[in-house]
Ligand binder design. Structure first.
Ligand SMILES: CC(C)(COP(=O)(O)OP(=O)(O)OC[C@H]1O[C@@H](n2cnc3c(N)ncnc32)[C@H](O)[C@@H]1OP(=O)(O)O)[C@@H](O)C(=O)NCCC(=O)NCCS
Length: 168
């Protein structure tokens, strides 16, 4: 049985192993460790099966530059990972749906992510006119939880500094 729940302090090492196995590199592990050490996660969800952690999704705050006058609560989703032996069985989708629902509960206006449109469009993410630090176009996507909240915004979205520091 898969269950999605919030990360707990004793989960850290097992989460790091899942991320390393899924990405095959330490960059994303270092990123999640930095965010954890700085207490910058707005949400860290884990997927658990038979008491084993098999997936994780992280949400961090997104800041607009230049600062936008209207108050907007923006999250960045990622990294998300599922242990290779459990991929393609719906665990990633469960994490995505839970991340979106929890973001609604936290009254986020929109969620950004950087990823393959072929995967994330199924969850409602779409291309956005909001700029990003990475200079990518189609892969930088948004899900507006409050409809049209970004319509007039002209700004660039910035992740917390850990993203640049970890090389992820
Ligand atoms: C991306 C990831 C989290 C998806 O988890 P998952 O549990 O395999 O996802 P699900 O089982 O819910 O969905 C699988 C579907 O997504 C598709 N999919 C998975 N990764 C994809 C990608 N990068 N691009 C496009 N489609 C992708 C699969 O083809 C499959 O499609 P199907 O349902 O039509 O067969 C997982 O593959 C993973 O950990 N990948 C390595 C880390 C990574 O690249 N993370 C994303 C960037 S932060």
């Amino acid at each position: 049985m898969n269950a999605i729940r919030h990360e707990r302090p004793r989960d850290s090492a097992r989460i790091d192993s899942v991320i390393l196995a899924a990405f095959g590199s330490m960059d994303e592990v270092k990123l999640v460790q930095l965010v954890r050490a700085r207490g910058e996660a707005v949400l860290s969800l884990v997927a658990e099966r038979d008491d084993e952690i098999i997936g994780q999704a992280l949400l961090t705050p997104i800041i607009l530059k230049p600062a936008w006058p209207a108050p907007l609560r923006l999250f960045g989703l990622g990294p998300i990972s599922v242990a290779p032996e459990y991929q393609r069985a719906g665990v990633g989708s469960s994490l995505m749906h839970a991340a979106i629902e929890e973001s609604r509960t936290l009254e986020a206006d929109a969620i950004f992510l950087l990823g393959d449109p072929g995967y994330y469009e199924r969850f409602g993410f779409r291309e956005t006119h909001i700029g990003n630090e990475y200079g990518v176009t189609r892969e930088f996507m948004v899900l507006e939880l409050r409809e049209k909240c970004l319509r007039d915004v002209r700004a660039t979205a910035h992740y917390v500094a850990a993203f640049g520091e970890a090389g992820a």
